[in-house]
Design a protein around this ligand. Structure first.
Ligand code: COA
Length: 403
C-alpha cells in the first residue's frame, strides 16, 4: 500500500546579497518618476551582488543554517535550481555540497526552467521522499536577475537564494497531492548561452504569465484541487510584486469571482514584503513570498496556501500547501530580516560598475576583491575554474582556497 504520510517543507532559509540599490537612486539617474517603481511595479530596492558573490555563495549561505539545525546525515540528494548557471556542465550544487562539507553519498544535480525550476525541484524532491520517507532532500534555488542597463527590465533586477529541506512529517508546510501544470512554447524571456543579461519582451511576458496562471489553475481544478475560497493566502512568482496582483485579479475574474480589492489585499498583502526590497530572484521568488507570509502572518496553522510558480518560456504550476500546526517555532524570521537589513546601500555609479563586471575568459588567474561579509565568497577564477572559500574563522572541512 502506498505510504501517504505528509511530505513537504521541513525548514526554509534564505540569503541575499551584500549590497542594495534603492529605486530612488535608479529613478534619479534615469529621470523616471519614482512612483512608477514604488507603485507601478511595486519595487522599492534591489539586491546587488558584490564582486565576490554569485549563486553558489548565496546558495551555500541559505543552506548552511539548515544543516546547522538538522545535520546532513539524511540528505542523499541536493537539487540546485537556477537560471543563472555558472557552468554548462557542472552543477552549482556540487560547489555548495563541498562548501557545506556534505558527505560523498549524495546525488547532486542542477535544474533549469527559468523562474519555475525550484518548483520542479520541490516536486521531484517530494517524489524521492515518497520512495524513502527516511531521506531528506536539500533544494536550493538561487538566481541573479540581470537585464541590460537602461532597459525596462533593469528596475526589476534582484538576487537571492532560498534553501528548503524537504522531508516527511514536515515542520512548516505539507505539500498537497493535486498539482495543476501548464506548458506553452513562448519567447517572452530567454538568455542564449553567449549572453550574461537576459532578453525579454516585457509586455509579452506579462500576457504569457496570465495565460499560464489560467492554464495551470484549470488543470489544478481538473485534478481535483481545492476551490479558490478555501485558500487563506496565495504566493505567486513575483518578477515584480505588482505582477502577483495582476495574476490574482486575473484568476479571480477567470473563476467568476469579480475583483474585490479588499480580498486581493488580504490574499496577497503579506507575501510581497521580501520581494519588494530584494527584487526579482527568479526561481527563488515564489518561495520568498512564502517566507514573507509565514514570517509575518499571525497564525496560519492548518490553513491552505496556494502557490503559483511561473517560469518564462513557459511552464507554470499551481499547488497547495497546508501550514503545519506549531510551525512558528521553526521560523527564521529574525535571520531573514537580518539578511535584508545587513545589505550596504550602494550609489548608482557603484551599482553600474558591478553590473558591468565580468570575468576575463583567458584562463589566467584572476582574484576578486574581498567585499562580501557573508559566510562564503568567490575568491577568483584560475585555469577556467571558479575558486570559492569559506569566510569562517575555522578552516572549512573541504577547503577550496587556492594554494
Ligand atoms: N506612477 C505610478 N504608476 C506608474 C507611473 C507613475 N508615474 N508610470 C507608470 N506607472 C505604471 C504603469 O501604469 C504600469 O502599471 P500597469 O501595468 O498596472 O498599467 C507600470 O507602472 C509599469 O509601467 P510600464 O510603462 O508598463 O513599464 P515598462 O514599459 O517600463 O515595463 C515591465 C514594465 C515589467 C514590462 C518591465 O519592467 C520588464 O520588462 N520587466 C522584466 C520582465 C518581467 O518582469 N516580466 C514579468 C512576467 S515574468
Amino acid at each position: 500500500m502506498a505510504d501517504t504520510s505528509p511530505i513537504g517543507i521541513h525548514d526554509l532559509s534564505f540569503a541575499t546579497t551584500e549590497y542594495v540599490l534603492a529605486h530612488t537612486a535608479l529613478a534619479q539617474h534615469n529621470g523616471t518618476d519614482v512612483a512608477k517603481y514604488h507603485k507601478g511595479i511595486g519595487q522599492r530596492s534591489m539586491s546587488v551582488p558584490a564582486a565576490d558573490e554569485d549563486i553558489v555563495t548565496m546558495g551555500a549561505a541559505a543552506a548552511a543554517p539548515l544543516l546547522e539545525r538538522h545535520g546532513s546525515e539524511n540528505i542523499r540528494t541536493v537539487i540546485f535550481a537556477t537560471e543563472s548557471s555558472i557552468d554548462q556542465a557542472k552543477s552549482a550544487g556540487i560547489y555548495v555540497h563541498s562548501l557545506l562539507g556534505m558527505g560523498s553519498a549524495t546525488r547532486v544535480v542542477e535544474l533549469k526552467q527559468a523562474c519555475y525550476g525550484a518548483t520542479a525541484a520541490l516536486q521531484f524532491a517530494i517524489g524521492l521522499v515518497r520512495r524513502d520517507p527516511a531521506q531528506r532532500v536539500l533544494v536550493v534555488a538561487a538566481d541573479v536577475s540581470k537585464y541590460e542597463l537602461d532597459s525596462p527590465g533593469e528596475a526589476t533586477q534582484g538576487a537571492a537564494a532560498v534553501a528548503m529541506l524537504v522531508g516527511a512529517e514536515p515542520a512548516l508546510v505539507r505539500i498537497e497531492e493535486p498539482s495543476g501544470v501548464f506548458t506553452a512554447d513562448v519567447m517572452d524571456f530567454w538568455r542564449p548561452n553567449y549572453r550574461e543579461a537576459a532578453l525579454v519582451d516585457g509586455q509579452e511576458s506579462i500576457t504569457a504569465y496570465l495565460l499560464a496562471a489560467e492554464g495551470c489553475w484549470k488543470d489544478y481544478t481538473e485534478q481535483g484541487g481545492r476551490p479558490l475560497e478555501e485558500f487563506t493566502a496565495f504566493c505567486y512568482h513575483q518578477p515584480f510584486t505588482k505582477m502577483a496582483y495582476k495574476a490574482h485579479r486575473h484568476l479571480l475574474n477567470h473563476c467568476g469571482h469579480g475583483v474585490d480589492e479588499d480580498r486581493v489585499a488580504r490574499d496577497l498583502g503579506l507575501t510581497t514584503a521580501y520581494n519588494n526590497v530584494i527584487g526579482n530572484s527568479y526561481t527563488a521568488s515564489v518561495y520568498l513570498a512564502l517566507a514573507a507570509l509565514l514570517d509575518q502572518a499571525d497564525d496560519l496553522s492548518g490553513q491552505a496556501v496556494g502557490l503559483l510558480s511561473y517560469g518564462s518560456g513557459s511552464v507554470a504550476e499551481f499547488f497547495a500547501g497546508t501550514v503545519v500546526p506549531g510551525y512558528r517555532a521553526h521560523l527564521r524570521t529574525a535571520a531573514h530580516r537580518a539578511a535584508i537589513d545587513r545589505r550596504e546601500p550602494v550609489d548608482h555609479a557603484r551599482y553600474r560598475a558591478l553590473h558591468e563586471r565580468s570575468f576575463p575568459t583567458d584562463g589566467e588567474e584572476h582574484r576578486t576583491p574581498a567585499e562580501t561579509t557573508g559566510p562564503f565568497r568567490l575568491a577568483g577564477i584560475r585555469g577556467h575554474k571558479r575558486v570559492y572559500e569559506t569566510r569562517a574563522q575555522r578552516p572549512p572541512r573541504h577547503s577550496q582556497i587556492p594554494r
